[in-house]
Structures are given as C-alpha cells and as structure tokens.
Design a protein. Structure first.
Length: 300
C-alpha cells in the first residue's frame, strides 16, 4: 500500500514528489509521456526565479533529476480510472492496479486543436504543437503559426530564427501575449501578421502545402511548409469524468486545501480551476497540496 500516488509529472507533480519524499512518504509518480508537461514544449522560459533564461526541457530535466535523486518511484503508464474505497484508492492503468491511501492529480493541460478539415490528416505530418521539437525540420522554409497568446508569439519568435518566413494568424484584432514578447516578434524582419482571420482548413495532397483562412477581405490560401498551432489548452482530465470532480470545461474543482469532493483525492496545478497558470503557480500548488496531504495521512 502506497501513501501517495501522484498522477502527472509536470511542475506541480514533480514538486509534490520532492516534498512527499522528503516527508518520508511512500510515493509513486505515474506519467503517460515525458516528464515536464508543457515545459518540455516551451522554447524559452524567462520568468522562473533564479534563471534569467533557459530552455523548457532544461528546467524539466533539472526538476526530474531532483525527483530521481530522492529515490522517488516513477512509473510510465497512463491512468485509466481511479476507484474510491474510502480509506484507500485504487489507481488503474492499462496493465496494473495500484493501491494508495491518497491521490494527487497533477495532469496539467494539453494543446487544444482546431478540429477542421485536414488537421487529422496532417497531424505530425506538417502540423505540430511543439516548435522546439519540430522547428528544426523547417530550416529555411515557410511556416504558419496559429494563435496570438504567449505560446504562439514566443514560439513564432523561436521559429523566426530557423524558418525563412513566419506568418502568424490571429483570430482577434491584436495579439494577447506579453508586451515584451510582442515587441520582440514585431522586430523580426521575416515575420508577418494576419489579424481577424478564421482558419478554415489545411491544404495539401501527399503533404501539407497550405492553410486556408477567411478574413474581412475574403478567403485566402497561405502557402506553407509547416503549421504550428497554439490556440489554447484543455485540461488532461478525461479519465476523471465518472468521479464528478470536474467543472463543465473539465477542470478539477478543489477547495483552498487542494481537496476534491472525494476524501483522499487532491489536485494541483494547471488542471485545476484557477485564474493563473504558470510554472511558478504549479510549483506552489504542488508544495502546498503535499502539506495538506501529509496532514490528511496523519489523521487516517
């Protein structure tokens, strides 16, 4: 019987693992893909205290190495469901069932998709959601970035140093990213902007060749070698739907002590209902949630 299972290895989950191991809990972290969550897909991080600038995967690696150095068990499996047996929980993966006294959900968010014609056909075959992963494939080629928030603008700036030309397509009249990021991107000589544009479909035959958009001036086809989508995020919580823990969008509802409405199941980080989703807030959530979990376990 474990004391705590942490589902997810983003900044909230890894921070929780560090605090839990230091409290001498018997803890395991479950992760279905690569450690780090959204950090891994971030080209540059410039707002994490202690680092003026570093690659997202570097920060993720530092955190994960810290977790491993404490002897935390990490199991790379996808969680299918959680079952509540009051004093203990069962966490079911595709291959195993684990018993634990408490669960911390820290599954974060995943990129939202446009769900338009051509997206499925060209996913990972011209359409990407990770510039740092796939950007080098487009050296000296034309790319389109869809979105206008921090992720879109920061990744477009990263791509501007690789691609011959970047076209940023935004559905609003303006960008919504931080002013500094906007200013840097607007200074790039190989970037242009299309505002108030709705993406209709992705074009191509054997490979992606373009993006069809609708603007006030009419329908326009943009020739491109690759597309990077940054149109928002959705919580990675579909496996929790039967537990009645989520709001109408899919975010986990908790109280101030990171407790869900099921005793012994806690949640932290970007998958929660909250106003700000940043690495530092996820780290804070992970640390605070673990303190409440420790108190919960002491009272069992």
């Amino acid at each position: 019987m474990l004391d705590l299972i942490i589902i997810g290895s983003g900044p909230a989950g890894m921070t929780a693992a560090i605090y839990a191991k230091r409290a001498n809990l018997k803890v395991m972290m479950l992760e279905k893909s690569a450690p780090g969550g959204q950090m891994v897909d971030t080209a540059e991080i410039e707002n994490y205290p202690g680092y003026q600038s570093l690659k997202g995967y570097e920060l993720a690696t530092h955190m994960f190495e810290h977790v491993l150095s404490l002897g935390c068990e990490v199991n790379f499996q996808e969680v299918i469901t959680i079952k509540d047996f009051k004093t203990y929980k069962e966490v079911h993966t595709e291959n195993q069932v684990f018993q634990t006294k408490a669960v911390l959900i820290a599954t974060g968010v995943v990129p939202r998709k446009l769900e338009i014609p051509g997206e499925f056909e060209y996913s990972s075959q011209g359409i990407s959601w990770c510039a740092i992963c796939d950007g080098p494939l487009y050296k000296d080629k034309k790319v389109v970035v869809i979105g206008g928030g921090n992720s879109a603008v920061e990744e477009a700036l990263f791509l501007s140093n690789i691609a011959s030309h970047v076209t940023l397509v935004q559905n609003l009249k303006h960008l919504t990213a931080d002013k500094k990021a906007q200013d840097l991107l607007k200074k790039a000589k190989n970037v242009d902007f299309i505002y108030e544009a709705k993406v209709l479909e992705f074009l191509g035959d054997d490979k992606l060749t373009g993006v069809r958009v609708e603007t006030k001036e009419g329908i326009k086809d943009i020739q491109t070698d690759g597309v990077f989508e940054y149109v928002g995020l959705i919580p990675a919580t579909s496996f929790l739907r039967e537990l009645n823990l989520l709001d109408e969008i899919g975010y986990v509802i908790t109280n101030d002590e990171f407790e869900t409405n099921i005793t012994g199941i806690f949640s932290a980080g970007d998958c929660n209902v909250k106003k700000i989703r940043q690495i530092v807030t996820a780290v804070s959530d992970g640390a605070l949630a673990t303190q409440h979990i420790i108190k919960y376990l002491e009272n069992l």
